[in-house]
Design a protein around this ligand. Sequence first.
Ligand code: CIR
Length: 276
Amino acid sequence: MSAFRYTHAIVCRIPDSYKTNALGVTSPIDLPKARKQHESYVAALREIGLDVIELPADETHPDCVFVEDIAVVCNGTALLTRPAHPSREKEVDYMRSILKNELELPVVEISDKSATLEGGDVLFTGKEFFVGLSGRTNQAGACALASAFPEFPCTPIKVDNHLHLKSMLTMAGPDVICVASAPEAKDALKRIEREATFRYQTLTVPDTCAANVVFANGVLLHRSKNEYPESAKIFEEKLSHWTLKGLDLSEMEKAVGCLTCCSILIRKTRHLKNIM
Ligand code: CIR
C-alpha cells in the first residue's frame, strides 16, 4: 500500500498553444473546457491530500500539460526521461530545476543519446516496473529505467497500436491492474502476466481510455460516468472499497492524453531511499 501513498504532485497548466500545436490532436480542442477539466483534476489531487506544485503554462511546449512523460519518480529518486518527439525534448529542462531545487530530489539523467523514454510507458506496480516498448520508448530507454531503479525488476513489454503502455492499462489499487478489453490491451496484459515477478489481479473495462486511472492515497480517480458510463459502473461495482472520484478529461483525450499523464506523483520522505 505504501507504494501508492504520495505527498506531492507536479502538474502543469495548459498553454494556448495546446489548442493549435499539441501532438496527435484528433478533433478540435475546446481550450476553456480543457482548462476547467484540468482545474478539477488538480482540485481532486489536492482533495486527496497532495501538495500540488503547479507549473506555469509554457507556450513553447504545447504538450507541457502531460508532465508524466518527462520524469519518473520512485522510491526517492527522479529519473529525467528523454522524450521521443523533438517538440517535447526540452520539457525536461524546467522539470529538472523543479525536481532538484523545489523538491530536492536526487535527479538521474540518461546519458545514452540513443535512448528514448516517456513516463507514459512506465507502469510501476509497487513491486516492479513494466516498461512499454512503443513509438516513444525504445530498448535503450527501458535499460536506462532499469539502471536508475536497480532495486526493482524491470520488464519490457511490446506496445502495439497505442501511444504508451499506460494508454491501455494502469494500477487500480495494490496488485490490481485495470486493463481495457481491446485485443492489444489484452495482449499487453498477457505479456505482463507471463513475465511478471509477482502476481496481480485484473479488472477489465470496455473503454480503452477509461483503463487509465490514478490510484493514490486510497482514492481512485477514474473517467466520469458522464464520459464512460459502462466503465464507471464497473469501478463502482468492483472497487467500492476505495473512495472513487469520476473526472471528465475529454479535451486531454483529444490530444491522446489521459488521467495519469497530467501529473507526476511523489512520495517525499526524510530518507533517501524508502524500504518498501
Ligand atoms: C503527445 O503526443 O506527446 C501528447 N499529445 C500526449 C501525451 C500523453 N502522455 C501520456 O499518455 N503519458
